[in-house]
Design a protein around this ligand. Structure first.
Ligand code: NAP
Length: 210
């Protein structure tokens, strides 16, 4: 059975991605930092006839990510699709000259480093898939052209850095991963063949290419 791990899947885009992948026959792992919310989301998918397992993971915490990879390996021997979806905009992220170092660091910790540390931890499991995919959910705010124009500067910086990090990823086996245009959701000119961006597409039309 194909497997997918979606971080931040207890609500929002992450939940919807998990829900649709389950509908396509994937065993989905609901990555969430809050146990109650994660279990509730997984149960909802199971009640709808899908296969879903809650996986506790806080992408901002190395120990949590490492533990999650160990837990995952007890339930499945490979990972086909990793969706790095977990992301934050911190309250007060309003103006670049006014935000604190701490606000910027926290945002980068989750949005940029988080996706990298999850990818790193799950590479051994991805390598066991015949067709591994890593999908990084970026944002139009991360685009250098027409993206970051002053709104939520820490968030936009973190999403631009995420795209740069994605470009640096190596290839695994015969399948590239982390390559924009195929595997990213960046809300602008890239990635719309893979998933649709909520800024451009009504929620009802979000469809997953899997
Ligand atoms: N909504 C948009 O218009 C939009 C546009 C472009 C890109 N995006 C991107 O799409 C992704 C999802 O956005 P959304 O709108 O669905 O946001 P959302 O509803 O706020 O959901 C964010 C998810 O990420 C989780 N999360 C945050 N920090 C985490 C951490 N350290 N470890 C694990 N999970 C964590 C949240 O968990 P908790 O419930 O525990 O907080 C929640 O499940 C984000 O990467 C966002 O930047 C969104």
């Amino acid at each position: 059975m194909k497997t997918a791990l979606i971080t931040g899947a207890n609500k929002g885009i992450g939940y919807e991605v998990a829900h649709q992948l389950a509908g396509k026959g994937f065993h989905v792992f609901i990555g969430a930092r809050k146990q109650d919310a994660g279990r509730k989301a997984a149960n909802k998918i199971v009640k709808g006839g899908g296969k879903a397992t809650f996986l506790e993971i806080d992408v901002s915490d190395n120990a949590s990510v490492t533990a999650a990879a160990r837990e995952f390996a007890k339930a499945a021997d490979h990972l086909d699709v990793l969706v790095n979806n977990a992301g934050i905009i911190v309250d007060g992220d309003n103006a670049i000259l006014e935000i604190s170092d701490e606000l910027l660091r926290n945002t980068l910790e989750t949005n940029t480093l988080g996706a990298l540390r999850v990818t790193r931890a799950f590479v051994p499991l991805l390598s066991k898939s015949k067709s591994p995919r890593v999908i990084n959910v970026s944002s139009g705010g991360g685009q250098l052209t027409g993206g970051a124009d002053g709104w939520s500067p820490a968030y936009c910086i973190s999403k631009t850095a995420e795209i740069c990090r994605e470009l640096s990823l190596p290839r695994v086996g015969t399948h590239g991963y982390g390559r924009p245009g195929r595997d990213s959701l960046s809300g602008g000119r890239r990635g719309h063949d893979c998933m649709a961006c909520c800024r451009c597409t009504p929620e009802a039309d979000w469809k997953i290419f899997a």
